[in-house]
Design a protein around this ligand. Structure first.
Ligand code: BG6
Length: 484
C-alpha cells in the first residue's frame, strides 16, 4: 500500500542550531526524506543559522554529510540530494548579539510560511525570540518550534513559557515531544477512538492494570553532563511517558482537534495522585558488557542520578480509580523495547477447570521496534486432549499488515515538522500541559532529594533493579519481559 503524500504549503524554515547534533541527526535528514517523498514543495527553503562562520557551500556540505550518515543508504539518491541542497541557505548569526540578523531578515520571503526551529539550549530561547521580534523577522503567522528539555522544574518551565509568550502567542508555539510523532503513538488514538471494540472495556471496571515500558540499551555516553542534571524522571517520564499515559487514560475528545485533544490530556495530568515513596524505584546501571558504569560517565563520582525509574501511578478519576499504571524506563537494559500493555481483568467466573488463574486478555501496543499491536486471547489448545486453554496473540505488525517498508514509515521528526508547516498543533505540547506535568514531577524529585535516597545499582543488560520487580510482585502482578 502506497501512502498518500499531501504536499505542504511553501515555507522558509530557519533552523537555529543548524550545525548542531539534532539538526544533523534528525531535522535535516528528515527534511530530505520529506523532499524525496514529494511533500516539501519546490518553492520551500531551509536556512541554517548558527554561530559558526560558514558560507552557503560549507553548510550544504554539512547537510550532505548528515544525509549520508543518517539516511539509510538505499534511500539516498544523488540527484535528489543535489536538488535538495539547492533549497539550503545559511546565515552566521549571534543569538545574543546583533550579528547576522539583518541578513536573515533580507532572506525572508513574503507569501510563504515562516517557521523558526530553536534547536539550541533553552537559555537562548528568550534572546532569539526577542531578536526575531525586534528585527521584524517573525510575523503574526510565523511559527516557532522548541525542543525539550522544556525546563527542569515548574519554575524554569514557567519562565521559558513567559519568555516565549512575550513575543509569540500560544498558537504560534510548537513544543516538540518526539514520542507524539511516532506512528504507533498516533495509532493509539485511532485504535481507541475509531473502534467500538475497546472503548467500553477501557476503564477500571475491566482493566486490571497498565504497564508502560521504554527500555533502552544505550547508556548516557557522551551526554553525562546533561543527563546528570536530569535523570530518567526528567529526561523520559515528565515528557514522553507522561504523554503516553495521557493518550491511554484520556477521555474521548469531542473532535480530533488540537485543543480538544490537549484539553483532555491536561485533565489526566491534573488527575494524577502524588506518588508514594514506596511506589518509586530508582536505579543506576553498573559496569558490564565492556562498558563503564553510570558514574564513570558522570562528572560526579558519587552521583545519585537515576538512569532507571519505575513508578506506580494512580489516575484519580471515575474512569481509572483502582487501576494502577506502572511506568518504567531505563538505559543499558537488556533490549531496546518500548510498549504499552493493557491487562484486562479475568472473567468473573471460569467455567473451565483447567484455566483457573490465567484467563487474561492483554492488549500490547508496541512502539519500537517492530511497531504493531498484539491482542492476547484465550483459545482452546488444538487436539483431542479435552478442553485445555491456551493464550495466543492476535498479531498485527503494522509494516506487514499494511505492506509498508519499515524504512518508509516517516520518522517522528519528519511528521512533526510537516505538522508545523501545516499549522497543526495536535501533536505538540501546550504550555499548560508542560507546567502541569512539572507540577506533578517536582514533589517526587524533591521528596527523594530530601530523603537522600540513592538509586539501586543494576547490572547492564538486565531488566533493571530488583526492587522494581518487587513493586509489582507486592501487588500480585509482574512486569512483562523486556524483549527486542
Ligand atoms: C530523548 C532522551 O528525549 O529520547 C534520550 O533525551 C532518549 O535520553 C531518547 O534516549 C529516546 O528516544 P527514542 O525515540 O530513541 O525512543
Amino acid at each position: 500500500m502506497v501512502s498518500r503524500v499531501i504536499p505542504v504549503d511553501a515555507f522558509d524554515l530557519v533552523i537555529f542550531g543548524g550545525t548542531g547534533d539534532l539538526a544533523k541527526r534528525k531535522i535535516l535528514p528528515g527534511l530530505y526524506r520529506r523532499f524525496q517523498a514529494g511533500q516539501m514543495t519546490e518553492n520551500s527553503r531551509i536556512i541554517g543559522a548558527a554561530r559558526a562562520d560558514l558560507n552557503e557551500d560549507s553548510f550544504r556540505a554539512l547537510v550532505a554529510e548528515a544525509i549520508e550518515e543518517f539516511v539509510p543508504k538505499d534511500r539516498q539518491d544523488s540527484k535528489i540530494v543535489a536538488q535538495f541542497l539547492e533549497k539550503i541557505g545559511y546565515v552566521s548569526i549571534d543569538a545574543t548579539g546583533e550579528g547576522g540578523w539583518g541578513k536573515l531578515k533580507d532572506l525572508m520571503r513574503d507569501g510563504v510560511v515562516r517557521a523558526f526551529y530553536f534547536s539550541v539550549a533553552p537559555s537562548l530561547f528568550g534572546d532569539i525570540a526577542e531578536r526575531l521580534h525586534l528585527h521584524e523577522i517573525a510575523d503574526a503567522q510565523s511559527r516557532i518550534v522548541v525542543e525539550k528539555p522544556f525546563g527542569r522544574d515548574l519554575a524554569s518551565a514557567k519562565a521559558l513559557n513567559a519568555v516565549l509568550a512575550a513575543h509569540f502567542t500560544e498558537a504560534q508555539i510548537y513544543r516538540i515531544d518526539h514520542y507524539l510523532g511516532k506512528e504507533t503513538v498516533q495509532n493509539l488514538m485511532a485504535v481507541r477512538f475509531a473502534n467500538i471494540l475497546f472503548e467500553p472495556l477501557w476503564k477500571a471496571e475491566y482493566v486490571d492494570h497498565v504497564q508502560i515500558t521504554v527500555a533502552e540499551t544505550v547508556g548516557v555516553d557522551g551526554r553525562g553532563a546533561y543527563y546528570d542534571k536530569s535523570g530518567a524522571m526528567r529526561d523520559m517520564v515528565q515528557n514522553h511517558m507522561m504523554q503516553l499515559l495521557c493518550l491511554i487514560a484520556m477521555e474521548p475528545p469531542y473532535h480530533f482537534d488540537p485543543d480538544a485533544v490537549r484539553d483532555e490530556k491536561l485533565k489526566v495530568i491534573r488527575a494524577l495522585d502524588p506518588v508514594k515513596p514506596e511506589h518509586i524505584v530508582r536505579g543506576q546501571y553498573l559496569a558490564g558488557g565492556g562498558e563503564g558504569s553510570y558514574v564513570e560517565h558522570s562528572e560526579d563520582p558519587s552521583s545519585k542520578t537515576e538512569s532507571y525509574i519505575a513508578l506506580k501511578v494512580n489516575v484519580s478519576n471515575w474512569r481509572w480509580q483502582g487501576t494502577p499504571f506502572y511506568l518504567r524506563t531505563g538505559k543499558r537494559l537488556r533490549a531496546r523495547a518500548s510498549e504499552i500493555a493493557i491487562t484486562f481483568k479475568q472473567p468473573p467466573h471460569s467455567i473451565f477447570d483447567d484455566a483457573k488463574g490465567w484467563l487474561e486478555n492483554v492488549l500490547v501496543i508496541r512502539l519500537q521496534p517492530n511497531e504493531g499491536m498484539n491482542l492476547m486471547v484465550m483459545i482452546k489448545e488444538p487436539g483431542p486432549g479435552g478442553m485445555r486453554l491456551m493464550q495466543v496473540p492476535l498479531d498485527m505488525a503494522f509494516a506487514d499488515a499494511l505492506g509498508v517498508d519499515a524504512e518508509d514509515v516517516p520518522d517522528a521528526y519528519e511528521r512533526l515538522i510537516m505538522d508545523v508547516i501545516r499549522g497543526n498543533q495536535t501533536l505538540f505540547m501546550r504550555g499548560d500541559e508542560v507546567e502541569a506535568a512539572w507540577a506533578w514531577t517536582d514533589p517526587l524529585i524533591e521528596g527523594w532529594e530530601a530523603r537522600g535516597d540513592k538509586p539501586q545499582g543494576y547490572d547492564a543488560g538486565s531488566s533493571g533493579p530488583e526492587d522494581a520487580l518487587m513493586l509489582m510482585h507486592r501487588d500480585g502482578r509482574r512486569w512483562r519481559e523486556i524483549k527486542g
